[in-house]
Write a protein that binds this ligand. Structure first.
Ligand code: BGC
Length: 272
C-alpha cells in the first residue's frame, strides 16, 4: 500500500489565498485548485488579473471566486471570511500570502512606507489568521476532508533570516511573520490546527522585476543562489500544496526555505 494518501490531496477543501491576483499567490491558487480545493482569490488591486486566475481554474473544472479586500483592514477581512463561509460553508486552508515592498534607505524611509509594509505584510497575516482560526474552531474536525481542523501557511521570505539593507520595513515585517507563525503554531497545535511558513528566495514575480531588469542584474542575483536559477512561482506552489495536505501532518511551526540555497550563502563562490 502506498504511504501517500490521495492523488488530489485537497479534494473538497476550501482555501483562501490572499494576494492571489499575481505572482506567487496566483500560482498557489491554481495549484491548490489542481489538488482539488475550492479557492477564494483575494486581491486589492488588479481585478482583471484576479478574474483571469479564477478563469484558468474554472477552465480546468475547478471552483474559484474572487474577493476584493485590504488584508490590513479588520472590517474588510471579516467580510471576506463571512462571504467565503457563507458560500462554501467553511474554510479549511488559509494561505497568508499578500505582501509588498516599499524600498528606501533608512534615512529616506517615510513613516508611511514603514507603516504600509508592516500593516499589509504582518498585521494582515494576524487579522486573517485570527479570522480563519475562529472559523476552524467553530467547525471542528471533518475527518472526510482532513485529519487536522485547519491549516495556515504564512508566506515569509529568506529575509526573515537574511538582513536586507535598504529594505528595513520589509525585512522587519518578514522577521515578524516568522515569529507570528511559530507562536500561532505553538498556541493552536492542541486544537489540531497546523501553522507553517514558507520562505521563498528570489522568485520571478512582479515584486522583483526591477531587480531583474538587465542581464547584469540577473547575473548578480544568480551569484547569491547556489542552485543558479531564479525560482518560479510554481516552485513555491508545489511546497504550499504539500504543507496544506495531510501528507505533511505532524509538521507544525516549521519554515520551508524554498530558495535554491540562497540561505546557504555566503561561502558560495559560483565556480567549479
Ligand atoms: C523579495 C524579493 C527578493 C527575494 C530575494 C523576496 O522576499 O520580495 O524582491 O528578490 O526576497 O532577495
Amino acid at each position: 500500500m502506498s504511504i501517500f494518501h490521495k492523488a488530489r490531496p485537497l479534494q473538497g477543501q476550501r482555501a483562501l489565498v490572499t494576494g492571489a491576483n499575481s505572482g506567487i499567490g496566483a500560482a498557489v491558487a491554481e495549484a491548490l485548485a489542481e489538488a482539488g480545493a475550492k479557492v477564494m482569490i483575494n486581491y486589492l488591486e488588479g481585478r482583471d488579473n484576479a478574474e483571469q486566475v479564477a478563469e484558468r481554474i474554472r477552465v480546468k473544472e475547478g471552483q474559484a471566486m474572487i474577493f476584493q479586500a485590504d488584508v490590513s483592514q479588520e472590517n474588510q477581512v471579516e467580510s471576506m471570511f463571512d462571504v467565503m463561509v457563507g458560500y462554501w460553508g467553511g474554510i479549511d486552508i488559509l494561505i497568508n500570502n499578500a505582501g509588498l515592498q516599499q524600498d528606501a534607505a533608512l534615512v529616506d524611509m517615510t513613516l508611511e512606507q514603514w507603516n504600509k509594509v508592516i500593516s499589509v505584510n504582518l498585521t494582515g497575516q494576524f487579522l486573517c489568521a485570527r479570522e480563519a482560526t475562529r472559523h476552524f474552531l467553530q467547525r471542528g474536525i471533518v475527518p472526510e476532508l482532513s485529519c487536522s481542523v485547519g491549516k495556515i501557511i504564512c508566506m515569509s521570505s529568506v529575509h526573515d533570516v537574511i538582513p536586507w539593507a535598504g529594505h528595513v520595513n520589509y525585512a522587519a515585517s518578514k522577521g515578524g511573520v516568522s515569529m507570528l507563525m511559530k507562536t500561532l503554531a505553538q498556541e493552536l497545535a492542541r486544537h489540531k490546527i497546523r501553522v507553517n511558513g514558507i520562505s521563498p528566495g528570489a522568485i520571478k514575480t512582479p515584486i522583483n522585476l526591477e531587480a531583474r531588469d538587465t542581464p547584469e542584474e540577473v547575473e548578480a542575483l544568480l551569484k547569491l543562489i547556489p542552485y543558479t536559477r531564479v525560482g518560479e512561482p510554481e516552485d513555491i506552489a508545489r511546497a504550499v500544496v504539500w504543507l496544506a495536505s495531510d501528507e505533511s501532518d505532524y509538521i507544525t511551526g516549521a519554515t520551508l526555505y524554498v530558495d535554491g540555497g540562497m540561505t546557504l550563502y555566503p561561502g558560495f563562490d559560483n565556480v567549479g
